[in-house]
Design a protein around this ligand. Sequence first.
Ligand code: BDR
Ligand code: CA
Length: 310
Amino acid sequence: MRHFIIDCDTAEDDVASIFMLSKYGMKLDAVTIVEGNVSFQQQITNALWALEQVGYKDVPVFPGSKRPIVKNFSTVEEVHGKSGLGEITPSSKRKPENKHAVQAIIELSHQFKGELEILAISPLTNLALAYLLDNTLPERIKKVWIMGGTAFSHGNITPVAEYNFWVDPDAARIVFNAGFNTTMVPWDVVIKYTIDDNEWNQIKNMRTRLSELYVKMFSHYRQYDKEVQKLDGHPHPDLLTTAAAINPEITEITKKEYVVIDNSDSLTRGMTLIDHFDSDRPWSNSPNTEIVYSIKKEILLDMIKKMLSE
Ligand code: BDR
Ligand code: CA
């Protein structure tokens, strides 16, 4: 059995990741919340609500860092809608845990030593803080799946930066230097695999409980992506990362490379710098992550349809 933590800033695509883990029978040991897409309290409510929609009613939710380590940041309700879930206004009677997310991550890393995988689909503040508190953490974590950054410097929050790394570039820098076993799924790879109008209509026509939730959750985001990001549909940054974690057959081209994040207060804040040369060229740094450059779209679509089949 595979053990996961989802570290998220719970908007629609983070929620879809919870749905997919559940559908594929993964053991979800915790959801940890970090600053990001919408208000912190809303993100907690969204996570509790999402867990109740699938078979994860008892999965604990641990609130983590409410702000980046050094910089200020902005939430992005214009992208995800006021609640973060488009047309849905979620609620839950359940309460989050009192324990801090960082403490929970460290404790779970001992409990499931060498087995725990972290889906880091949000700013990396919680993970960086956990590492700063316990430098041996990377030795006990099997894998960190990171949604963030860019492969070709095509950003979404600025021309060159992706949102998760832009929010807390200091945390991202720490995590990539910490020695975790990481796979990174960049924004400008993810946007090659949007859900186009035909696929959107196929999902609408499924008319299952979860497909109807999906359509309500993603309609606002879809409109934003078409109008502002000039995409032909909506992409699945977090969900694609989750699909890659669940099913290795989805990834096509990956490369191990050296990555560093710009944490300056400049036009390039949050930019991902990748040494695309072999390690004996200019920077001569060893690769510190695996980067996903392409995936098989038909597998992603099949997994989404399976996820929404009930
Ligand atoms: C990432 O930022 C958030 O808006 C999404 O949840 C995703 O994790 C995409 O840049
Ligand atoms: Ca996210």
